[in-house]
Ligand binder design. Structure first.
Ligand code: CU
Length: 265
């Protein structure tokens, strides 16, 4: 056994070294660092699943390699044969059931937190259509704020870089609850903001409602994630989270210009 350990030591050191040198930040396992309280809940659940999976994987791999090394063929010696081990069989049946029960519990708790829609400070109607997005702002009582943000017409949009101003921007206030009321005008689209760890279908004939509590100021890219036709790739947008004061200023400025021009910017 010690000979084996000595043989695999360089490999273990190499693996450990690459993990440590790879970065000192907490690993995200491919999830995004959150920018909303809901996104943070999803992040915690995702990391919990990844860690649980890794622990199980390490135990399974460890036992496999131990069995391969310990019981490898030595000369003509035939290993001892046996079958049935009731305690072991009960253990490896019960343990996965318990693990799945725990993961299920945390999934339900997290989903309930993410889907909770308490009283919002702001309501934004999001309409997905081929090929763009329309954001209509309302106050917390559902009264129109007279602000509509919409994707530019297709000829203007084609051959634009992803950062183009022709793609619409959903502006949200930091630290406030924003209700999104999501609809589709034609086919199924996907409303996806990677930085929020959040995606939901925009479906014709069915309204999806959910809340965001943005916790981080910044601009976050977003897009349609459901292939919806020829210009699906043009269904880009971004979310800009600003301070509540800047949000009010932005809303007032939009109201003034849109009242003048009589429509979406
Ligand atoms: Cu789409």
């Amino acid at each position: 056994m010690t000979a084996l350990l000595r043989r695999i030591r360089p490999l273990v050191l190499l693996l450990l070294g690459s993990v440590l040198l790879g970065g000192c930040t907490v690993p995200t396992f491919g999830a995004f660092r959150w920018a909303t309280t809901q996104g943070h809940d999803e992040f915690k659940l995702f990391v919990g699943f990844a860690v649980a999976g890794l622990v199980v994987a390490v135990i399974v791999w460890g036992l496999m390699f131990w069995a391969i090394a310990r019981y490898r063929r030595k000369g003509d010696e035939i290993p001892r044969h046996f079958h049935e081990n009731i305690p072991l069989e009960i253990l490896y049946t019960a343990l996965p059931v318990v693990i799945i029960g725990i993961l299920f519990y945390f999934t339900v708790v997290t989903e309930n937190e993410v889907d909770a829609t308490p009283h919002p400070n702001e309501i934004v109607h999001v309409l997905a259509y081929r090929w763009g997005w329309r954001f209509t702002y309302e106050n917390s009582s559902g009264v129109s704020q007279g602000v509509v943000i919409q994707t530019a017409a297709l000829p203007k949009l084609l051959a634009q870089p992803a950062t183009s101003k022709q793609y619409p921007q959903l502006v949200l206030p930091e630290g406030e609850a924003v209700r999104i009321v999501l609809d589709s005008a034609d086919v199924v689209h996907g409303f996806y903001v990677p930085a929020f760890n959040f995606s939901r279908y925009a479906m014709p004939g069915f309204t999806n409602r959910f809340d965001f509590n943005p916790t981080q100021i910044g601009v976050f890219p977003a897009q349609c994630t459901q292939y919806c036709g020829l210009y699906h790739s043009e269904m880009l947008f971004s979310v800009r989270v600003v301070s509540p004061a800047s949000f009010t200023k932005w809303l007032t400025a939009q109201q003034a210009t849109q009242a003048q021009t009589g429509g979406a910017a």
